[in-house]
Ligand binder design. Structure first.
Ligand SMILES: *Cc1c(COP(=O)(O)O)cnc(C)c1O
Length: 392
C-alpha cells in the first residue's frame, strides 16, 4: 500500500507491538486520526479567527477552551502550544538567558535542553546524578552554590527532567525546585516523558514552567507540545510585542514574540485536542501501566544474567536493562550476531528495540494491554530458552 509513489503506508503500530521508548506515548488515538485528516490543510484552524487574532483565542474549534483546560490540568495558570518540548525550552531560555549566563541542567538532561541553552548563549552546568542515577535536591543546591562561587553570579534558569530519557527514573522535582528557588533560579520541569502519561501538577511541584511533548506523550502528531507557566512567569515568557515599523508605524497587537505570534495551526493542534479527553483519562490509570511493566520486567529478570539499570521498583514504564551476561552471550555465537534478538522479536510481531543491541537497551511498555504485556514477557523468555539461556 502506498500514500504516493515512493511513500509506503506506515503500518508499524497496526502490525506489531511497538516497545520503542520514544514512540509508545505518541501513538494517535482514533479521534486524533480523524482530526489529522480534517485539519491537514495549512492554516485550517484559522477559518474562524477573529480579533484579537491570536491562536489561543480561537473558539471554533475550541482552541481557547483547550488552553484553559490544559493549564488547569497541569496546575498552572497559562499555557501555550509549541512545536515540540524543545521549542518550549527555547522560548524560556530566550527569555532568561543572555550571553555567558550559567544555566543548570543535569547529567541526565536531554540534548535539546543543551541546544536551547547554547542557542541563547548560555553555559550548561550539570547537576551530577548519584550512583543510583537519581538527581537529588542536595546535589542541586550544591551545584547552585558552585555556580555562584565560580561565576560570581547565580544561574538564570534550571531545566529539570521529571523522568529522564536514559533510565526512565523519577526525580524529586518538588525538592529540587525548592532548593533552586533559594537562589531565585526559575525552574522548568521537563515533562516530555510525564505530561500525558502520568499525573503532573506544576503547582504541587512548585515549578515556574511545565513543558510537555505532544508527539512523545500526548498521543498527538509531530511536532507538538505544551509550555505552561505560573501567572508570575507568564508575563515574562508570553510578553506581547512592542515593535513598530518605521515606515508604516505598524504594531502587532497582542502577538507574542517568544511564540512567533501563532504556533500550531492545523493537524498538530487539533490532533492534540482530539486526543486530550483520552489522555486526561489515561494518566489516572498509570498504576495499570506500571503493573504491565512489572509483568515484562519480571520475565526479563528471570533470564539468568539480565540486570535492570533503572531504579527499582519502577515508577515509569521506560526501562533500561543490561543483557550483556544474557542475550549478548548468545550474540557472540549466533550467525546473526546481535541482530538475532530484534530479528526473533520481529518474527513474534514485536518491534521497537534497536536492531543489533544486546548489551544495554531500553524499552517502553506504555499503552499496551495486559494480554500484550504477557505476550511480550513470554516472547522474551521463549527467545532466551530457545537460545540456551537459563530461565528461572
Ligand atoms: C523526547 C524528549 C525531549 C524532546 O521532545 P520534543 O517534543 O521532541 O521536542 C526533551 N526532553 C526529554 C527528556 C525527552 O525525552
Amino acid at each position: 500500500m502506498r500514500c504516493a509513489a515512493g511513500i509506503e503506508a506506515r503500518q508499524v503500530n497496526e502490525l506489531a507491538i511497538n516497545i520503542d521508548p520514544i514512540q509508545a506515548g505518541g501513538r494517535l488515538t482514533a479521534d486524533a486520526m480523524k482530526a489529522v485528516i480534517a485539519y491537514g490543510d495549512g492554516y485550517s484552524v484559522c477559518d474562524n479567527c477573529r480579533k484579537p487574532n491570536r491562536l489561543d483565542y480561537i473558539s471554533k474549534p475550541p482552541i481557547a477552551e483547550f488552553h484553559r483546560e490544559v493549564a488547569a490540568w497541569l496546575g498552572m495558570d497559562t499555557v501555550r502550544t509549541v512545536p515540540g518540548a524543545r521549542r518550549g525550552f527555547q522560548a524560556v531560555a530566550r527569555t532568561y538567558v543572555d550571553k555567558g549566563d550559567p544555566v543548570i541542567l543535569t547529567s541526565l538532561s536531554h540534548y535539546t535542553e543543551f541546544l536551547a541553552v547554547e542557542e541563547s548563549g548560555g553555559i550548561a552546568r550539570e547537576i551530577p546524578a548519584g550512583a543510583d542515577h537519581i538527581v537529588t535536591a542536595e546535589a542541586a543546591a550544591q551545584k547552585a552554590e558552585e555556580v555562584r562561587r565560580e561565576s560570581g553570579k547565580d544561574a538564570v534558569l534550571a531545566i529539570i527532567d521529571m523522568v529522564d530519557y536514559q533510565y526512565g527514573n523519577l526525580h524529586d522535582v518538588r525538592a529540587i525546585a525548592s532548593a533552586l528557588h533559594q537562589y531565585d533560579i526559575p525552574v522548568l520541569c521537563n515533562g516530555a516523558y510525564t505530561v500525558g502519561i502520568m499525573p503532573v501538577d506544576g503547582k504541587a511541584l512548585g515549578v515556574d514552567f511545565v513543558v510537555g511533548s505532544g508527539h512523545k506523550s500526548m498521543a498527538a502528531p509531530a511536532p507538538s507540545g505544551v509550555l505552561a507557566a505560573t501567572a508570575e512567569r507568564a508575563g515574562e515568557v508570553f510578553r506581547t510585542t512592542g515593535i513598530t515599523g518605521d515606515v508604516t508605524s505598524r504594531k502587532f497587537g497582542i502577538k507574542e514574540p517568544a511564540m512567533m505570534g501563532c504556533t500550531l495551526m492545523g493537524a498538530t493542534l487539533v490532533g492534540m485536542m482530539a486526543s486530550f479527553p483520552e489522555v486526561r483519562e489515561r494518566v489516572r490509570h498509570f498504576d495499570t501501566e506500571l503493573a504491565n511493566n512489572r509483568i515484562v520486567l519480571s520475565a526479563l529478570q528471570s533470564i539468568e544474567g539480565t540486570r535492570v539499570l533503572s531504579e527499582m521498583p519502577r515508577k515509569h514504564t521506560l526501562t533500561r536493562v543490561d543483557t550483556t551476561a544474557s542475550f549478548d552471550t548468545v550474540a557472540q555465537k549466533h550467525k546473526k550476531k546481535g541482530f538475532f534478538l530484534a530479528s526473533e522479536l520481529e518474527e513474534k510481531g514485536i518491534t521497537g528495540i534497536i536492531p543489533g543491541a544486546t548489551r544495554v537497551w531500553k524499552f517502553n511498555t506504555y499503552g499496551m494491554t495486559t494480554a500484550q504485556a504477557q505476550y511480550l514477557a513470554a516472547a522474551f523468555t521463549d527467545i532466551a530458552r530457545h537460545n540456551g539461556l537459563n530461565v528461572a
